[in-house]
Design a protein around this ligand. Sequence first.
Ligand code: ATP
Ligand code: MG
Length: 308
Amino acid sequence: MQAIIDIAGLAKSYKSGFQALKSVDLQIGEGEIFALLGPNGAGKTTLISIVCGIVRATAGRVTVAGHDVVREYRAARAAIGLVPQELTVDAFAKVADTVAYSRGLFRKGRDTAHVEHVLKELSLFDKRDSMVMALSGGMKRRVMIAKALAHEPRILFLDEPTAGVDVELRRDMWAMIRRLRDTGVTVILTTHYIEEAEEMADRVGVIRRGEIILVEEKAALMRKLGRKQLTVQLRRPLVALPGELAPFDLERSANGLALTYTFDAQAADTGIAGLMRQLAACGLDVVDLQTRQSSLEDIFVSLVSEAS
Ligand SMILES: Nc1ncnc2c1ncn2[C@@H]1O[C@H](COP(=O)(O)OP(=O)(O)OP(=O)(O)O)[C@@H](O)[C@H]1O
Ligand SMILES: [Mg+2]
């Protein structure tokens, strides 16, 4: 993986003494969509703000497209488009003007064609002459994205892009983000919506209390998602597992009345048929069955709620 963002040993203590980040290491690959998941106050915005040069780290270093975010701030920042968590739009400007203005901030020459392209991409072209204050909240959020893309950044940060956005617009945004990725833009987004990470991300990172506690390919997480459990209720308690059942690696409940089998729901042979035959061969009467699938949500909830 060619890293476009390299974060090493990053720590941040705010003036209050609160430690918002504790030694974060993270590499973001060029052209990937990376979703950063974490509960409120976990440190997502702090991390993004340091990468974008808005907040100064207490320790560690960050490079963006090979540029140190402190020593080579301008070069690093020029590679980044940032859509902040809070809506900050110029209410009295026209849509097209505010987007063109953002481009100018990066000393990029006027490029009406690019601005129009961005507005079309975000379904804002019809609104190009409207005052920002006359737009709905969801449209204002799209204006923020257009502003972030105005200077043709290689990296786009979206801090909670779909908070307070309706389902339809959220789907539009997902499609737009995928198209951006297809043009080679690297996208890092934070979200509370696990569905959003499931839908879009190539990789998922989970942050909790200032620490990255998991970084994984989404496909690998989906394989974990594919894990299912089958619980078999027996008529009579089983004191010990017969040797014939050993290959199934079953878990016996304390009272001996339930056996739990874990399997890969996507496997060609889940092993369930063999298990049922073997249970019958051992003379065990099954009175009930339940299956349960662990979701990314289960994984996430158990990760973030674990006592540290
Ligand atoms: N300027 C500041 N001064 C002091 N503490 C701060 C400051 N900014 C953030 N914090 C604290 O740092 C911690 C992390 O905040 P941060 O905004 O990074 O969280 P987050 O993961 O983005 O949360 P959310 O999901 O609510 O946006 C929080 O406890 C927050 O109160
Ligand atoms: Mg935040």
